[in-house]
Design a protein around this ligand. Structure first.
Ligand code: BJW
Length: 254
């Protein structure tokens, strides 16, 4: 590595080990959470302004809550859909999309339902907790795209006798078919694993890092510590929107 590069990297605070691993990586995997979209103006779940500080998770993000009051649940998801649809990907999303073009293989495994990775240009994306872009029927599983204005509250009942619900994964529900297996396989073949903007409290995503093979460098990017901070190789206590572009920059200077 050139002295000039070393000085630049020191400014960015990135370790030489990480930079070299990125430059020679055959497969980089990024596991992302709501903190990555915070800089796009989308609230996290457990932060100071997080959703779970204002609402009860069992009312809004559980099958029981939906069975009890589907209009309440849809009203909340319609509001979130409006916010996500009009939000813009931030420099963190864009850096990951650019990294996919710069390196042999990048997989984004996201817990986010906002679609901002895809809108930023990432193509290899696994949406572990589903998406706000789709609704489906609780009985016959027929799918429908989410209308721009949100799901009409007078169209929750479906012809088959079921109910249309948001295409997201609530507590106690299985992850979308194949997504979990694909995510585990991706991490198992990673040279670099970036864990970005997640509190690492929700399973099975929080345990995904354990599938990383020997020799894979595991890195957390999060201003706050999490239960897995000490288990990963490196930790950057920075907002993703400033750290990920630095990481892209370092990976591109070959
Ligand atoms: C920044 C930042 C910046 C801020 N830059 N960072 C094992 C042990 C214990 C329990 C379980 C277990 N296995 C399963 C369970 C049960 C349960 C669970 O995990 N419970 C725990 C809470 C105890 N899990 C489930 O029920 C899951 N299903 C399941 O396991 O089925 C079995 C199965 C497994 C595998 C295959 C088949 C079947 C389903 C979980 C569904 C989670 N659903 C939600 C809602 C999704 C829909 C929606 O969006 O409405 O997913 S809950 C919510 O939490 C949402 C998120 O994706 C998820 C994670 O939250 P996230 O993203 O980490 O956000 P926060 O707010 O917690 O953290 C934000 C972080 O960002 C913070 O750390 C900040 O510091 C940081 N940050 N700004 C970088 N600028």
């Amino acid at each position: 590595m050139l002295l000039r590069d070393m000085m630049r990297n020191e400014r960015a605070g990135l370790s030489t080990r990480l930079i070299e691993a990125l430059r020679s990586a055959r497969h980089v995997v990024a596991l992302t959470g709501s903190g990555l979209s915070a800089e796009s103006g989308i609230p996290t779940f457990r932060g100071v302004d997080g959703y779970w500080r204002r609402y009860r998770v069992e009312d809004l993000a559980s099958p029981h809550g939906f069975a009890r009051d589907p209009r309440l649940v849809w009203t909340w998801y319609n509001e979130r859909w409006q916010r996500c649809r009009t939000a813009e990907p931030n420099p963190g999303h864009r850096a990951l999309a650019e990294l996919e073009r710069a390196l042999p293989r990048v997989t984004v495994v996201t817990q986010n339902v906002d679609g901002l990775h895809l809108r930023a240009g990432s193509r290899n994306v696994l949406e572990l907790h589903g998406t706000l872009r789709k609704a489906y029927c609780t009985r016959c599983a027929e799918r429908a795209p989410m209308p721009d204005d949100g799901w009409p509250l007078d169209a929750i009942d479906h012809d088959c006798g079921g109910r249309m619900r948001p295409g997201v994964v609530w507590f106690g529900e299985a992850l979308p078919h194949g997504a979990w297996e694909a995510a585990q396989a991706a991490v198992a073949s990673a040279d670099v694993l970036l864990v970005v903007g997640t509190s690492a409290l929700v399973y099975p995503a929080a345990g995904l890092w354990e599938s990383a093979p020997r020799g894979c460098i595991t890195v957390e990017i999060n201003p706050e510590e999490t239960p897995i901070s000490d288990r990963l190789d490196e930790r950057y206590a920075s907002p993703a929107g400033s750290l990920l572009p630095q990481l892209l920059d370092a990976a591109q200077r070959r």
